[in-house]
Design a protein around this ligand. Structure first.
Ligand code: ADP
Ligand code: MG
Length: 371
């Protein structure tokens, strides 16, 4: 397999016009026609790549998607607030309008690719969060232009590759969040890599149901129970919560064991489980965490996620956090600087961990400067 080209592989960029695919999909607030950026982390994350290019005399043109417009221009998804912030940080850098204002982006339309590469001499992909999508701006430009991974993409790939190839043991994965169906594939792969797999969040109820426990009205994916039962079968490495907190049938806060009464809803792992999961994290030498342990946006159900975030901060293990909501939880509790790597891509980090490759990476490896 060809190697992933990095910035140095572009050769002399002086006087060249370089298209940089960034992930400027920032959180916004305020009215549709006067949106304000609530966190510019993703813009600042692209600066090492942008300044590397500027210092070597390149003209930089950035391009990104923002939100989910469906192929037409919408005020609330305008790049204007991002463009203004970018001008403050790196004056003179251009930013194209939201790529998803054109239906050709998600369809990977060759005409849209042509319009993107017109007048451009080289391409850099620094949008890890979108690298699992075969969209026009991701896979199109490397077909014709000298191309490279930016510094952010390079680092993300190095970290996840390291987890796949040579993790220090014990290697512990902690999974939570909402959709078990989306994460079953990665669970299969993780079981071939890890020593312990800790499961919390809404997805624990599908596993508890697979053990025959009643889960009340908690989120549970009935069509995934058989798969969960097969994964659990005799595998002592999988840890499920021993206690659950949630709301009883009257809507009052309640604590349960692994069996929930009719009408009860589980929204967090209980204190006993949080302590047990923390112990597993403290003993580890590598930890990958994706997905909150509970509905942490509601403070009544934030305790489990907070305890796990704190263990991630305190353990001596090499710690990697992937997933938008897990990263947000980590930041909410003030621990974002206490882990080794916070991935900028949730879906992309899971898919790279599961499959070992992404469409955006394969495209870069096939670029004319590496072939
Ligand atoms: P990530 O973005 O980190 O990959 P997900 O998107 O899979 O995580 O899931 C995050 C969402 O899961 C959060 O909004 C959280 O409120 C929700 N969640 C976690 N546990 C529960 C639960 N027990 N019941 C309902 N929702 C839950
Ligand atoms: Mg999410």
């Amino acid at each position: 397999m060809a190697r992933l080209p990095i910035l140095e592989d572009l050769g002399d960029v002086s006087g060249k016009r370089v298209l940089v695919r960034t992930d400027f999909n920032v959180p916004l607030s305020g009215p549709d026609d006067a949106r304000v950026i609530s966190d510019d982390f993703r813009i600042r994350a692209a600066l090492p790549t942008i300044t590397w290019l500027l210092q070597r005399g390149a003209d930089v043109v950035c391009a990104s998607h923002l939100g989910r417009p469906k192929g037409i221009a919408e005020n609330k998804y305008s790049m204007m607030p991002v463009r203004e912030r970018l001008q403050e940080l790196v004056p003179g850098v251009e930013l194209l309008e939201n790529l998803r204002f054109n239906a050709g982006e998600e369809k990977n339309d060759p005409d849209f690719v042509s319009s993107l590469v017109r007048g451009i001499d080289a391409y850099v992909d620094d949008a890890f969060g979108a690298a699992h999508r075969a969209h026009a701006s991701i896979v199109g430009p490397p077909r014709t232009l000298p191309s490279a991974a930016g510094r952010l993409l390079q680092r993300e790939v190095e970290v996840i590759d390291g987890l796949r190839r040579a993790p220090k043991h014990p290697f512990v994965a902690v999974l939570g969040g909402a959709k078990v169906g989306d994460k079953l594939g990665v669970i299969e792969t993780l079981l071939s890599l890890v020593d312990e797999l800790v499961i919390g969040g809404a997805m624990c109820f599908t596993f508890l149901a697979a053990l025959g426990h009643p889960v009340g009205d908690s989120m549970c994916e009935l069509d995934q129970i058989t798969t969960c039962r097969r994964l659990l079968d005799g595998d002592k490495r999988i840890h499920l919560p021993e206690d659950i907190t949630g709301l009883d049938v009257n809507g009052d806060y309640a604590t349960y064991g692994q069996r929930l009464p009719t009408g009860a809803k589980g929204f967090d792992i209980g204190p006993g489980s949080a302590a047990a999961f923390s112990d597993v994290i403290m003993e580890a030498r590598t930890v990958f965490w994706n997905g909150p342990m509970g509905m942490f946006e509601d403070l009544r159900f934030a305790a489990g996620t907070r305890t796990i975030a704190q263990a991630m901060a305190e353990t001596k293990a090499f710690t990697v956090v992937g997933g938008g909501d897990s990263a947000a939880a980590l930041a909410q509790f003030g621990f974002q600087d206490d882990v080794d790597h916070v991935s900028t891509g949730g879906g992309a980090s899971l898919e790279l961990l599961e499959l070992g490759d992404l469409p955006g990476l394969a495209a870069l490896r096939g670029a004319p400067n590496v072939r």
